[in-house]
Write a protein that binds this ligand. Structure first.
Ligand SMILES: NC(=O)c1ccc[n+]([C@@H]2O[C@H](COP(=O)([O-])OP(=O)(O)OC[C@H]3O[C@@H](n4cnc5c(N)ncnc54)[C@H](O)[C@@H]3O)[C@@H](O)[C@H]2O)c1
Length: 252
């Protein structure tokens, strides 16, 4: 028996990186997947790759910074598949690096709107749709929800909030048999870090700073998300799982 057989899962940020890899893992585990992203072409590309694996999926455009858009995504999922079992609130952006004193209000608000408010919108919209059936909500936080780096103030603010929103939502949703958990990835080789990768020297230094001197792969995160989404994790709740090769555990 596959671990997500006949489950319906929504993945935001499904057009690339961790979201796309998780969509593939969910399909391998038997789920039907709604691939949601602001980048609809990327989401459609994910759906074609899922079709090659023999899976059932649809692409939906969503802007996670808008509650109406996230609620419409959940409604579209139910129209198409009749239910929602798993919501992976994963879409996210980096802020343009800047000292907090020079950080523009617009950049702060843009980052928080997607990374933090977007997760709240996903919890609210999907949680309401799961009230009678139970379900699982997984949020993407970051090691940067726990440890700080320079010039990333809005990213830290938003990912720290995701950690606490996960715990608070788990408590509120427990009576509906909805588990709420989060992942905290470390350095993962995806588009979000592509600017760092452009400079091979910088990227080399960043990789050397990791415990085993390499970035993680999106697939290594996807495996953990599939576990958290499945009944194998039936007693895992309100918890943040680090997928960082220990990056948050030591001083550089
Ligand atoms: N890659 C890392 O090193 C790393 C580390 C820690 C946490 N994360 C988190 O993992 C999550 C996934 O990122 P990734 O590494 O796969 O990067 P990615 O850039 O490949 O994926 C992010 C996706 O989010 C989408 N997105 C951006 N704004 C959106 C919006 N308003 N509405 C809907 N979708 C939107 C993008 O189009 C993109 O497809 C993010 O929340 C990110 O903060 C990544």
């Amino acid at each position: 028996m596959l671990r997500l057989q006949d489950k319906v899962a929504v993945i935001t940020g499904g057009a690339s990186g961790i979201g796309r890899a998780t969509a593939k893992e969910f399909i391998r585990e038997g789920a039907k997947v709604v691939v949601a992203d602001i980048n609809i072409e990327g989401a459609q590309q994910t759906v074609s790759e899922l079709a090659e694996l023999g899976g059932t999926s649809i692409a939906v455009r969503v802007d996670c910074a808008s509650y109406d858009s996230v609620e419409a995504l959940v409604h579209q999922t139910i129209d198409q598949f009749g239910k929602i079992d798993v919501m992976f609130n994963n879409a996210g952006v980096e802020n343009q690096p800047s000292n907090v004193l020079e950080m523009s209000i617009e950049e702060y608000e843009r980052t928080v709107a997607i990374n933090q408010h977007g997760v709240f919108y996903g919890i609210k919209a999907a949680g309401n749709a799961m009230k009678d059936t139970g379900g699982v909500i997984i949020n993407t936080a970051s090691v940067y929800g726990f440890i700080a780096d320079r010039k990333q103030f809005p990213y830290h603010a938003s990912k720290g909030a995701v950690v606490m929103m996960t715990k608070a939502a788990a408590l509120d949703l427990a009576k509906y048999n909805i588990r709420v958990t989060a992942i905290a990835p470390g350095l993962i080789d995806t588009n979000i870090v592509s600017e760092w990768k452009e400079n091979t020297e910088v990227w080399g230094q960043i990789e050397k700073g990791q415990m085993r001197r390499r970035a993680g792969k999106a697939e290594e995160v996807a495996k953990v998300v599939a576990f958290l989404a499945s009944d194998d994790a039936s007693f895992v709740n309100a918890h943040v799982t680090f997928v960082d090769d220990g990056a948050a555990a030591f001083k550089r």
